[in-house]
Design a protein around this ligand. Structure first.
Ligand code: ZN
Length: 385
């Protein structure tokens, strides 16, 4: 067996209704602290969904600074402004409460507040040098798995996305409350759920850091996600389906935090960066085409995943791979989200720019089971068009 290292968040609480006793849970975790910075987005802050959590925080003596201006694909200035507010509030604990963007910003606030290292020097793998503030994550979507990853994605400049990847970004505590995901609309449920499936698939086929623990988590994640995606889309109040999706997304997050994602994400980032297509949808648009491209190198692994999602599938590894891709295609079709780049407003003339931008994602492309050239990327976009 190849030597490997596996890291994850030390404490995980999975509890429906946990948000209603958030103050109590944080008091247990940090008995001597009081100043809490809650990082979320404007929609959640105005929705009333957070009110029970905020009430319970106050009841347990937490002095809360609410930073509610996180937007999707957060640009650098949002991160820096939020950090300045956390510094002014003398925050002692940071809580990310929302989708991937809110949790990603919370991670960066936690490492930026102690000071000493500018954000620009943190981009890349293991570039963060200092410590961080205590950090808690609480997702309101079942997709990014950001609550258990050590990655934070920032939009730099006009359209490019860069990642900070460092062990300091693992939180102390992740709290999963499926009640928080019940209000998520169908399209967002579908896109975030497919993102989580992509995390599991790419972790399982990751070129260098694939390991037995990530494999086990990816398999469990895919079983949960593939069976519960449509029930969660069809009935947003299906508690069992929502819980299964949240758990599956976390397992996938734990898997890819250690066996990193690859070309699906590398090709999805320019779609989000240039055209502001949500992350999960960007992944869904390129997924089947990247899998077809990868099949010559990854068919044996895809066949193992086909056995998980579609027990009883027969035939060669190539045949099982084709069945798996067709099944994933049919899942996406059934959710009703767009399936082509054209449907999200991308023109054929834009494809070369997407391909050249995708080549910048070297951090991800190195993990792909098959090397991707710019010509390959262009062909994949053309197939997705
Ligand atoms: Zn993703």
């Amino acid at each position: 067996m190849n030597a490997f290292r596996f890291q994850t968040v030390p404490t995980i609480v999975v509890e429906s209704g946990a948000a209603r006793r958030l103050g109590e849970l944080l008091r247990e975790q940090y008995p001597a602290r009081t100043r809490l910075c809650v990082v979320t987005d404007g929609f959640l802050a105005q929705s009333g969904l957070l009110a029970p959590a905020l009430d319970n925080l106050a009841a347990h003596g937490w002095d809360v600074t609410l930073i509610a201006d996180v937007i999707a694909d957060p640009p650098e200035h949002i991160v820096l402004e939020a950090t300045a507010r956390a510094v002014a509030a003398r925050a002692e604990v940071v809580l990310g409460l929302g989708g991937g963007s809110s949790m990603d910003v919370a991670k960066l606030i936690a490492v930026l507040v102690p000071g000493g290292q500018p954000l620009q020097e943190m981009y890349g793998v293991r570039k963060v040098t200092g410590t961080r503030l205590p950090l808690v994550q609480m997702p309101t979507t079942a997709g990014t798995g950001s609550e258990v990853t050590a990655v934070s994605i920032v939009t730099t400049g006009a359209t490019t996305k860069m990642g900070v990847v460092a062990p300091q970004l693992f939180a102390d505590l992740a709290i999963l409350d499926a009640e928080l995901t019940r209000g998520l609309p169908r399209a967002a449920t579908a896109a975030t759920g497919i993102d989580a499936m992509v995390h599991a698939i790419e972790a399982y086929t990751s070129a260098h850091l694939k390991n037995p623990v990530s494999d086990m988590l990816a398999v469990k994640a895919l079983a949960l996600l593939s069976r519960n995606l449509l029930p969660a889309c069809d009935n947003g109040n299906d508690t069992a389906a929502r819980e299964a999706m949240l758990l599956g997304a976390m397992f996938a997050g734990q898997a890819f935090a250690n066996a990193p994602v690859a070309a699906v994400h590398a090709l999805a980032y320019p779609i989000g960066g240039i055209f502001h297509v949500p992350h999960g949808l960007s992944n869904a648009l390129v997924l089947p085409h990247v899998m077809r491209f990868n099949a010559p190198a990854a068919a044996d692994l895809y066949a193992e995943l086909a056995d998980v999602i579609l027990p009883g599938t027969t035939g060669s590894a190539g045949a099982k791979t084709a069945t798996l891709i067709a099944h994933l295609d049919s899942l996406v079709l059934a959710t009703g989200i767009p399936r082509t780049l054209r449907e999200v407003g991308i023109g054929e003339a834009d494809l070369p720019r997407l391909a050249s931008d995708a080549m910048l994602q070297t951090r991800l492309l190195v993990n792909n089971p098959r090397p991707v050239t710019e010509a390959d990327a262009l062909a994949i976009y053309q197939a997705a068009y």
